[in-house]
Design a protein around this ligand. Structure first.
Ligand SMILES: [Zn+2]
Ligand SMILES: [Zn+2]
Length: 339
């Protein structure tokens, strides 16, 4: 099979490899669509260390080529989306049914070979049937909405509350959609015009370009007291500092953005403003992929709209370079099996 392989820092090759060998309780999935996400880019840049060479990727959909015996719920030819992380099933969190918090969670593409290939092996427990009316491309793009579900579960927007979302990359746009579906009035902030246009399509009531206006002043003018909820999706010092300038007293804050070493928190403003701070560490809560898939099937979310680039697997090197350097406007890149 053809497979994309990370061979070193910022080094990608497309190789001809053997298809993975079947294992008990696994399915061999023929990949239809795989998307690049931040984790893949960290791995590509050497910021997340994995054994090399390694096939990256964990956000994908496809068709079951072969299923291990004893799993009659699925059959060969079924369309599926695959939940990317697998909890250990035996730690204290898993025992509570809190799989998203598993201490020993493994991710396809990091702890084993990933989905940027013609075939990938996935645990049967991670397969979710894909409804006919959801495209492979949409289904390969669910992760940011599950992260947003994790966030909304914590900050719980109530009808009419103001939600400022800092950063409108794919993760921020997922937050914008889910916060507005939850009844929040979203103020989306970014510096990229095309991202802000998308934010409006995803339900933002107001968009602010932080290069063109004074964001704290605007938020104060719009909301009066400040934002009820702030969701930080960048992880840079400037945006983390902004939290304290836009959140109202007794507001709720979610930290989703991730840049190692970029930002630290000052304790005093948290106390003086009586803020509630929530950390949101990824996706994987029980039932989230299923819920996001159902919302996609009903048309309430449109994950395929985040796709800005479609490239064949053979052009993975170009795809990673575009996503890494952001040399052109890019939200999500999907790798297809086309030539
Ligand atoms: Zn991902
Ligand atoms: Zn566990």
């Amino acid at each position: 099979m053809k497979a994309v392989v990370i061979t070193g820092v910022e080094s990608i090759e497309v190789r001809e490899l053997d298809s993975p060998a079947m294992r008990a309780n696994y399915a061999l999935v023929r990949v239809a669509a795989a998307t690049l996400c931040g984790t893949d880019l960290h791995q590509y840049a050497g910021k997340i260390k994995t054994p090399l060479p390694r096939i990256p990727g964990h956000d994908f959909s496809g068709v079951i080529e072969e299923i291990a015996p004893g799993h009659e719920r699925f059959k060969n030819g079924d369309r599926v989306v695959v939940k990317p992380s697998f909890p250990c099933g035996s730690c204290a969190h898993c025992a509570r049914g809190d799989y998203g918090a598993c201490e020993d969670k493994k991710l396809i593409g990091l702890h084993g070979e990933g989905c940027m290939a013609e075939y990938v092996l996935a645990p049967v427990a991670n397969l979710v049937p894909l409804p006919e009316d959801v495209s492979f491309e949409a289904a390969a793009n669910l992760e940011m909405f599950t992260v947003a579900m994790n966030t909304m579960k914590r900050v719980q927007p109530r009808l009419g509350e103001w939600v400022v979302i800092l950063g409108q990359g794919p993760i921020g746009l997922g937050q914008t959609r889910m916060a507005s579906l939850s009844g929040g009035r979203v103020i989306a902030v970014d510096v990229r015009r095309e991202a802000l246009e998308m934010a409006r399509d995803f339900g933002a009531e107001i968009t602010l370009n932080s290069n063109e206006c004074d964001v704290p002043e605007e938020v104060k003018r719009i909301t009066g007291a400040g934002a009820d909820i702030v969701v930080e999706c960048v992880g840079a010092k400037a945006t983390v500092d902004l939290i304290f300038q836009v959140a109202r007293k007794e507001g709720r804050v979610a930290n989703v953005g991730f840049q190692v070493g970029a930002a630290t928190y000052d304790l005093i403003p948290i106390m003086l403003r009586s803020l509630t701070i929530h950390g949101v560490g990824g996706n994987g809560g029980r039932g989230q992929y299923e819920t996001v898939l159902a919302l996609t099937a009903s048309g309430k979310i449109e994950p395929e709209r985040l796709i800005t680039h479609r490239l064949p697997l053979t052009e993975a090197s170009k795809a990673f370079a575009i996503a890494h350097k952001k040399s052109e406007p890019v939200l999500k890149i999907v790798l297809t099996q086309g030539r």
